[in-house]
Design a binder for this molecule. Structure first.
Ligand SMILES: Cc1ncc(COP(=O)(O)O)c(C=O)c1O
Length: 450
């Protein structure tokens, strides 16, 4: 296969990367992991160049951060302009208009035909922490329910809400109290005798029973749900299930929080993935692609819920930094001008077509799924038993990066390869990346079997 964009000339790590990697191992703890054993020199659009001059097609986007691509011209000039004016005044000290303008725009775009208010934080975990604070204050209730397979961050509260033990929670207890986990549909692994519809009904009944066996609904402040579970391998719930949980929330005065940190900003072909499910969350948390790599996050919520908090109860030194807000405003402009929602849907269609041919070729692929451009392959040892194949995903990723493609692992069973390419990727780059992925699966199939 002739390659136009991917160009890996050295073994990874190359000589320059190797020298930095040795220093990295000396100074950075192992708990901070890495996927690609090299260091970036420059990045633009969907391409990354490392310090040894190797070029990669990026199907990872810094874990879903770069929907508008690396260093988009509009984002760069917004940042340059902002840095010249002022870098940080602290929104709790001297306020600035970009915060207000970004908040106004997000409130307009977020699902929900009600008045909203918006606050900004620094990271995804911090947004989720604050959504819970706001929900508890408003409802005067303590319990919080997240879902099996959910990932919400690495701070104490969000680690407690996260429902995968290793590597996120193991030996890091005790966890925050009053956090409960309800079942979430994993359609590929549902009992064979059940239709998707019957499975949704069955799980909804379990959630109702959960109110008997685990926590009384009158004590629950909020449910928090990823519209498509990210770290767990792009698990897409049925609409019926999402709507059923939403209805249960309404029935019991429980707030519904949508964690759109990985799914937002065009990834699923819409600004917010919850738009696919026809529910209007009381609170939405956002981060990652909202600002093209600047560390900013937000909580967008029903006005009366957000207004339940008193002065000084929310905020933080760097929350909603001017640079983050300006980058975010530039992202929204780019999304509109370049129709990135439409692009997300189109990329998803192309990827799923390719996945379908890969599925026909490789028995190791047990399932392929996607919503918009949030697409994943799940590897199994055997299609009928669906036994997860943990060795394949890392091997595929290794073969891919040696050929110049960067993608990511995911999955409750660590057996999923997920794609989060920038939505500005060109068709040619996308096709080349998908061809490399196919070659990588072929090579991994041979090496894992040997
Ligand atoms: C759905 C979801 N929620 C929360 C987070 C946590 O975000 P952060 O790593 O910025 O704290 C992530 C990060 O991957 C995520 O995917």
């Amino acid at each position: 296969m002739s390659k136009k964009f991917a160009n890996v000339k050295t073994n990874l790590p190359g000589p320059k990367a190797k020298e930095i990697l040795d220093r990295r191992h000396n100074i950075v703890p192992g708990g901070v992991s890495y996927g690609v054993p090299t260091f970036v020199d420059t990045a633009k659009g969907a391409l990354l160049k490392d310090v040894d001059g190797n070029q990669f097609i990026d199907f990872a986007g810094a874990i879903g951060v770069n929907n508008v691509g690396h260093s988009h011209d509009n984002v760069v000039s917004a940042l340059q302009d902002q840095a010249e004016k002022y870098i940080h005044t602290g929104f709790n000290v001297m306020m600035y208009d970009p915060y207000i303008e970004f908040a106004e725009k997000l409130a307009e775009l977020a699902p929900g035909s009600f008045d909203k208010k918006v606050m900004f934080l620094n990271s995804g975990a911090e947004a989720n922490e604050n959504a819970i604070k706001v929900a508890r204050k408003y409802t005067e209730r303590q319990a919080v329910v997240s879902f099996t397979g959910g990932f919400h961050g690495r701070t104490l509260m969000t680690m407690s809400m996260t429902a995968k033990v290793k590597p996120y929670k193991f030996e890091y207890g005790p966890f925050a109290p009053e956090v409960y986990h309800a079942p979430f549909p994993y359609n590929y692994r549902r009992p064979e005798s059940m239709s998707e519809d019957a499975y949704a009904d069955y799980l909804l009944k379990q959630v109702e029973d959960f109110f008997i066996t685990e926590v009384d609904p009158s004590q629950v402040a909020a449910f928090i749900m990823e519209p498509v579970q990210g770290e767990s391998g792009f698990i897409i719930p049925n609409k019926k299930f999402v709507q059923g949980v939403y209805e249960l929330c309404k029935q019991h005065g429980i707030l519904f929080i949508a964690d759109e940190i990985q799914t937002g900003f065009g990834r699923t072909g819409k600004y917010f993935a919850m738009e696919h499910f026809g529910v209007e969350p009381d609170l939405v948390t956002v981060s990652k692609s909202m600002a093209a790599g600047l560390p900013i996050s937000g909580v967008i919520g029903r006005q009366e819920v957000m207004d339940g908090t008193g002065a000084g109860e929310l905020g933080g030194t760097y929350c909603g930094s001017p640079l983050g807000c300006r980058a975010g405003l530039a992202v929204l402009e780019v999304m509109e001008e370049e129709n990135l929602n439409g692009r997300g849907a189109a990329i998803g269609q192309k990827v799923m077509e390719k996945f379908s041919t890969m599925y026909d070729r490789f028995d190791a692929i047990g399932d392929y799924r996607g919503l918009g451009a949030m697409c994943a392959l799940e590897f199994v040892k055997d299609r009928s038993s669906k036994e997860p194949d943990k060795e394949m995903a890392p091997q595929v990723l290794k073969e891919a990066r040696e050929r110049g493609l960067i993608a990511l692992k995911a999955g409750v069973y660590d057996n999923v390869v997920r794609l989060l390419m920038p939505l500005v990727i060109t068709d040619e780059q996308l096709e080349e990346g998908l061809d490399i992925l196919e070659e990588a699966i072929e090579a991994a199939t041979a090496s894992v079997k040997v």
